[in-house]
Design a protein around this ligand. Structure first.
Ligand SMILES: [Fe+2]
Length: 263
């Protein structure tokens, strides 16, 4: 029997941004949600990964594993981020080495307990939370290149009325056939490559029908940037936090999503 809710907050891609996570927990509480779900990738890009875990626990967040968490929990040599470009892989490797080295063995052990998916009822809707797609943790489903019939087939095959994912880092929502839905809930770890410093999470509501509200979240990004500098993380990562433009991990973006950015 699946747990049933009416209104939930869903987010992904924390990327060690503990300040944005703390802001989200406060914001979601104010908006009276029944439950809070995290779709994975607790580490990457940001500073001091261990700061994220106590916040998740104190906030009563139900979390699942993303590609990053699966890698760290299994002591793998890379993040399985799915990049193909050598420059993207170079930065992914720097970030992964730092995050792996700074995640305590207790937190790594906790990550091993995270499920690969989460299911619940939202009103009458069967919700399936995944990281990339229901068939692959690190699959990139972009708005501009994902055919509707393909995600609809995924929803039917996986017994879901709503699929929620996060891996690409850019939010979008599409209504499918028969009131089924796909939602990329966005990420709270870094801004959305639009020149704004805020990050995004989603509120899913089923009263009376399914709706998604994408919530812009401001947080003390300058403090995070300074903490990243103290940790000597790549200045390209710090720039993204300060400017809202991605300067790494761009090669995976389809033409349409890339055109919206600066680089
Ligand atoms: Fe991911």
């Amino acid at each position: 029997m699946l747990e049933r809710f009416e209104r939930v907050a869903v987010f992904g891609g924390v990327y060690s941004n503990h300040l944005a996570l703390a802001a989200l927990l406060e914001d979601a509480r104010r908006r009276s949600v029944d439950a809070i779900f995290c779709l994975g990738d607790l580490g990457a890009f940001g500073p001091n990964p261990d700061k994220v875990f106590p916040l998740l626990r104190a906030g009563g967040v139900s979390a699942m594993a993303g590609n990053y968490d699966q890698s760290i929990a299994s002591d793998l040599g890379d993040c399985q981020c799915g990049y193909t470009d050598p420059r993207d892989n170079h930065y992914a490797h720097l970030s992964y080495r730092y995050t792996y080295g700074r995640t305590s063995s207790e937190n790594r052990a906790w990550m091993r307990t995270l499920p690969a998916e989460i299911r619940f009822m939202l009103g009458r809707y069967r919700v399936l939370c995944c990281h990339g797609s229901p068939r692959r943790t690190n699959e990139f489903l972009w708005e501009s290149t994902t055919p509707t019939h393909f995600i609809d087939k995924l929803a039917v095959a996986h017994d879901a009325d709503v699929i929620a994912g996060t891996h690409t880092g850019i939010k979008w929502h599409r209504r499918l056939a028969s009131d089924r839905h796909f939602v990329n809930v966005g990420v709270v770890g870094r801004p959305e490559n639009d020149g704004r410093t805020n990050v995004w999470y989603s509120i899913l509501d089923a009263r009376p029908d399914f709706t998604v509200t994408f919530v812009p979240l401001d947080y003390d990004h300058e403090s995070l940037a300074r903490e990243m500098e103290i940790e000597e993380l790549p200045r390209e990562f710090v720039e993204t936090i300060r400017t809202g433009w991605w300067s790494t991990c761009l090669e995976v973006l389809p033409a349409k999503e890339r055109k919206k950015g600066r680089f």
